[in-house]
Design a protein around this ligand. Structure first.
Ligand SMILES: Cc1cc2nc3c(=O)[nH]c(=O)nc-3n(C[C@H](O)[C@H](O)[C@H](O)COP(=O)(O)O)c2cc1C
Length: 356
């Protein structure tokens, strides 16, 4: 199983529709859900939180919590639903999460974290990983970080995803906590030297795949967040650069696949807008990209999947007038949509696993 390249868990972004889109762009990239607090999972509607499309694999569920018993119950659900990995959030600094006693404030309590991770593994036998910071508040030294990693490794954790800045738990908003504390990539490189048998995935501030490639000389994997939201198609290069796959993708092809997916989803009551919002930046920095964005943001409430193909035709017409790439391939839109509909696989996993 590879952690070489992954897309970061991001609340409000990495829902199942965004993940499906990312999978159409890159076959190898590892995907994470948004963070789901264990209490929401156990007392809410698990199907709503856990369902995913079979094409999303490899896929990790990220949970938040600090009670071994409830995390173990969440882990059992993850296993039953067919997730490939279970990740514990130790990096979220939001006041609500702190109040509930999990996220980044758990960086103070490696013993409790080790207990939680042990319980999650016992309950699921899934690979259990952590996503954490370099430290929190005054706990800001390489020595503390290394002892934290060592303690968790003793509990059986083998994969550490590290947002390479500490968290300020007082006085900074979650957004500021993603920019203000300085990034210290060198600390993560050092961890790899000190614990060569463990896997380290570096996260924070990586803007594109050439930066990612640079880090991959020192660590086992990289995780990219905001840059993928700004430009999801940046992952297309990963197929050859990171995974050595010959497969090429193009944006038009991706839109057709998303239109077929949207057709399936609409039948389940998902509004097109819930899917189209993730496609807004698909033509980032491309001819017609702004027009595409505008068309998609102004979709009428009851728009169907053909609206995506119409938007494609509109920018195809525009692009063919300008110098850049031509996207005039969408001529027989309806036929292509049908073809992709026939190709798609069996739908959501909930029916087989929902009884858990
Ligand atoms: C909108 C947003 C939501 C986020 N939600 C989560 C989350 O649910 N779980 C988590 O571990 N990190 C979350 N993060 C942090 C990212 O996973 C990542 O660590 C951070 O953005 C730094 O990586 P980047 O510079 O590549 O974006 C979120 C970040 C953003 C921008």
């Amino acid at each position: 199983m590879s952690w070489r390249l992954s897309v970061a868990p991001m609340m409000g972004f990495t829902d199942r529709h965004f993940r499906f889109l990312l999978r159409q762009i890159s076959q190898g990239v590892r995907l994470y859900t948004e963070m789901i607090p264990d209490q929401a999972l156990l007392h809410g509607d698990p199907q709503r939180f856990l369902d995913f499309h079979p094409q999303e694999h490899p896929l990790a569920l990220q949970v938040g919590g600090s009670q071994p018993e409830s995390l173990a119950r969440a882990a059992r659900l993850a296993k039953a639903w067919g997730y490939d990995e279970l990740n514990l959030n130790l990096g979220c600094p939001s006041p609500r999460v702190q109040q509930a006693g999990f996220g980044a404030c758990l960086m103070r309590d490696p013993l409790r974290v080790a207990e939680c991770l042990g319980a999650m593994w016992e309950a699921s036998r899934l690979p259990v990983t952590v996503k954490h910071r370099l430290g929190a508040d005054e706990l800001e030294s390489y020595g503390y970080l290394a002892s934290f990693v060592e303690r968790l490794a003793q509990a059986g954790v083998g994969v550490f995803i590290i947002h390479a800045r500490k968290a300020w738990l007082q006085g900074l908003s979650p957004k500021e906590n993603r920019t203000l504390p300085p990034l210290r990539y060198a600390w993560v490189y050092q961890l790899k030297r000190d614990f060569p048998e463990l896997l380290f995935v570096l996260n924070g501030g990586i803007k594109d795949l050439s930066e990612a490639e640079g880090h991959l000389r020192w660590v086992d994997g990289v995780m990219i967040g905001r840059a993928v939201c700004r430009d999801p198609f940046l992952l297309a290069e990963a197929n050859s650069l990171v995974f050595g796959l010959a497969r090429e993708v193009d944006r038009v092809e991706v839109v057709f696949k998303m239109a077929a997916y949207a057709e399936e989803q609409l039948q389940r009551g998902v509004p097109l807008k819930a899917i189209a919002r993730h496609l807004l930046n698909l033509f980032h920095a491309q001819p017609g990209g702004k027009l595409w964005r505008r068309r998609l943001s102004e979709l009428p409430t009851h728009a169907g999947p053909e609206a995506l193909l119409e938007a494609l035709e509109v920018i195809g017409a525009q692009a063919s007038r300008g110098p850049g790439e031509g996207v005039k391939r969408s001529t027989s839109a309806e036929t292509r949509l049908k073809e992709h509909g026939e190709e798609r696989s069996e739908g959501f996993s909930s029916s087989s696993a929902g009884s858990a």
